[in-house]
Design a protein around this ligand. Structure first.
Ligand code: ZN
Ligand code: ZN
Length: 394
């Protein structure tokens, strides 16, 4: 079967970066980090495993880091062995087509999506670590050498064989097109669950790519009674943001500090060298870009004692002014993917929460998907996602 793979050998990473410097972005060729190959289909499912035939798979922002050969070998995750993976595509919707022995949770024809990554919870390895014990498989501390990869095949290929513990059964009320968004919305939902806006609070979401839209849709689903401002880059993003319930849209290029002051009643102070600080800003800022520049703004646009949630992913050491964290007691909290959430007295997985809100019609997803490609067009799909043509995005 054909599958898109990634390989992050130093030679491929360095060559991909060199080609980018020469203007070939993204670069696909004999030494690219991401490429298509003919590979044998995954082996028959073992005990507790199932075979999935893929129907749809998304392009994640994290996939693009692989394509671009981004990341610094000095960041913390690079110290962990096996941080890279070989099969691309994790935002997948597929159908169970073969059952291994002792499968208890699934039957043939069930639609599923990959939920839990490499974790003791997914693989049922008792005793669970402290995080898996409470459903947070995303924070699993079990040594990676013990766990292995967990599943064979990927979403950008025909089939996957996975342990049933990896999988989330898609309820019948949810279409394939909605289901393929559950994983990408996961980190936005988790970000909002880590600091749910209170009634009447003023919220800023920086960035309206998939993460930002997912955060916006999650804020609206969990707390309809708050005032939400978003910063968007492209007109089509602004359109979707408004339809998802943004009260205010600030376009990239407008003076974010001035707009923030106008919307929050805060006051801008100016120091030397263009140094600006807003006193009395937003209650919560979700930084869904995660660049040093956006995180710097986020920390300055939240009011004293407010919260910044870092949703965007940046894979290099940052040089950034952290003084707002102690000078104005700003809380900076991070979020990784999805795990388990406390919601209305229940502890349920982030996926389950999203699925329920989709079924209740509270989680809107119109406008998220703009392009669909067949697998052999993967280069075109990735180029579209990276270059974001001015009219639309993936
Ligand atoms: Zn993803
Ligand atoms: Zn664990």
């Amino acid at each position: 079967m054909k599958a898109v793979l990634s390989s992050l050998t130093p030679a491929r990473v360095l060559f991909t970066r060199l080609m980018r410097r020469l203007g070939r972005t993204p670069y696909f060729g004999p030494l690219s980090t991401v490429y298509m190959r003919d590979v044998p289909p995954p082996p028959p499912p073992g005990p507790g495993e199932v075979r999935i035939r893929n129907r749809l798979c998304g392009v994640c922002g994290s996939d693009l880091h692989f394509v671009l050969g981004e990341g610094d070998f000095r960041i913390a995750p690079a110290a962990i062995p096996g941080a890279g993976y070989a099969y691309m595509g994790h935002e997948v919707v597929g159908e169970v087509v073969e059952l291994g022995p002792d499968v208890s949770r699934f039957k043939l024809g069930d639609r599923v999506t990959l939920e839990r990554g490499r974790s003791c919870l997914a693989l049922g390895r008792q005793p669970f670590c402290r995080h898996c014990a409470v459903g947070n498989y995303n924070l699993c501390e079990r040594p990676v050498e013990e766990l292995g990869n967990g599943y064979a095949g990927g979403g950008w290929g025909a089939e996957i064989v996975a342990a049933e513990g990896h999988l989330f059964r898609i309820p019948d009320e949810i279409s394939d097109e909605q289901a393929v968004l559950i994983e990408p919305i996961g980190s936005g939902m988790r970000a909002v669950c880590r600091r749910i806006p209170k009634p009447g609070e003023k919220v800023l979401i920086i960035g309206q790519g998939t993460q930002g839209l997912g955060t916006l849709a999650s804020v609206r689903a969990l707390q309809p009674d708050c005032h939400v401002t978003v910063q968007a880059r492209f007109p089509h993003q602004a359109e979707v943001s408004r339809s998802l319930g943004a009260d205010e849209v600030i376009m990239l290029g407008a003076d974010l500090y001035k707009e923030a002051a106008r919307l929050t009643g805060g006051r801008i102070y100016k120091g030397m060298f263009g140094n600006r600080m807003l006193l009395g800003g937003f209650d919560v800022v979700y930084d869904c870009v995660g660049f040093p520049s956006t995180l710097k703004d986020a920390l300055r646009l939240v009011h004293a004692g407010g919260t910044v949630v870092l949703v965007g992913v940046y894979l290099e050491p940052m040089k950034i002014d952290l003084t707002p964290i102690f000078y104005w007691e700003v809380d900076l909290i991070g979020v990784l993917a999805h795990g388990a959430e406390d919601w209305q007295g229940e502890r349920i997985s982030t996926y389950e929460l999203i699925a329920r809100l989709m079924i209740e019609g509270k989680m809107k997803t119109d406008g998220f998907i703009t392009h669909t490609f067949r697998l052999p067009q993967y280069r075109e799909a990735l180029t579209t996602a990276i270059q974001q043509p001015p009219r639309r995005s993936t």
